[in-house]
Design a binder for this molecule. Structure first.
Ligand SMILES: Nc1nc2c(ncn2[C@@H]2O[C@H](COP(=O)(O)OP(=O)(O)O)[C@@H](O)[C@H]2O)c(=O)[nH]1
Ligand SMILES: [Mg+2]
Length: 254
């Protein structure tokens, strides 16, 4: 039975910042991360694509000029958010990778808390939850909130886990683990995939509370009707063998 790659200690974090239409939000995100956790950041890996706006690209260029090698800019070739994060996983050089957004919906003040969790438990995946005590939603539509709750309950029952926010893409994960897993999704359901594949491998997955605030700049790339697509990867991974979750070169040696 293949096990999962274990990581002895936290050394540094690669922060993945996918960008489409953020300017001030991206700058604020970077400012807060560096204010709180500069010494623990290996790199800010900004992932852009052909749809990234000229205004956002100007901010990315400026950040690169100001921060030098701390900022790495990658032009994705796989499409969509999952494609951006998957390529970020492959390129990450820190011992751990933090997946988040650059629209300020993933509160950058939590980066330092995620790093503290990784330091305590380097082999674990630690996510953030808006549903546990201390977590909050601000500006989420009531209909979406009910759907989100039902959805989270469904998947926590399916995976027999106490996790409460498996669709939320704000997590710290060991780089060796994410580079060993065979990823499938290219759109937003990738966020769920990064919770359920580690779970199926037996990786400890935990959550800390977070406060979600609706973005004030730009708009989401994930229309509501697409949320049903999360079921595909959610159900498929529940039935998948552990061996099939790892890339073949990892199945025998970890
Ligand atoms: N590079 C890249 N970034 C993306 C893509 N889709 C979304 N993002 C960024 O990823 C973050 C989360 O996406 P968002 O559309 O806000 O998703 P939502 O918050 O789940 O509705 C935002 O900072 C987006 O700009 C993509 O296809 N490529
Ligand atoms: Mg968003």
């Amino acid at each position: 039975m293949p096990d999962f790659p274990r990581v002895e200690r936290f050394e540094s974090a690669t922060v993945l910042l996918p960008v489409i239409n953020e300017t001030a939000s991206l700058e604020e995100t970077v400012k807060i991360i560096l204010r709180d956790a500069r010494d623990d950041i290996k790199e800010l890996l900004i992932v852009v694509c052909s749809r990234t706006t000229a205004e956002s690209m100007a901010v990315v260029d400026r950040l690169q000029r100001e921060l030098g090698p701390l900022v790495v800019v990658h032009h994705q070739t796989l499409p969509f958010l999952g494609g951006a994060l998957r390529e970020g996983f492959a390129l990450a050089r820190g011992s751990h990778v933090i997946m988040m957004a650059s629209d300020l919906e993933t509160d950058p003040a939590d980066v330092v808390r995620l790093i503290a969790e990784a330091r305590k438990d380097p082999s674990a995946v630690v996510g953030t939850s808006r549903w546990i005590r201390g977590g909050e939603f601000h500006g989420y539509s009531p209909v979406k909130l009910v759907c989100n709750w039902v959805f989270q309950r469904f998947f926590s029952l399916l995976y027999a886990t106490h996790l409460t926010d498996m669709t939320y893409g704000y997590r710290i994960l060991p780089t060796r683990l994410v580079q060993a897993i065979r990823w499938e999704e290219v759109r937003h359901p990738f966020n769920l995939e990064t919770a359920v594949k580690p779970l199926r491998l037996g990786v400890p997955v935990r959550e800390i509370p977070t406060v979600w605030r609706c973005r004030v700049e730009g708009e989401s790339q994930n229309p509501f009707f697409r949320n049903l697509e999360y079921f595909r990867i959610g159900l498929k991974t529940r039935l998948a063998s552990r061996r099939s979750i790892l890339q073949t070169e990892h199945t025998d040696r970890c």
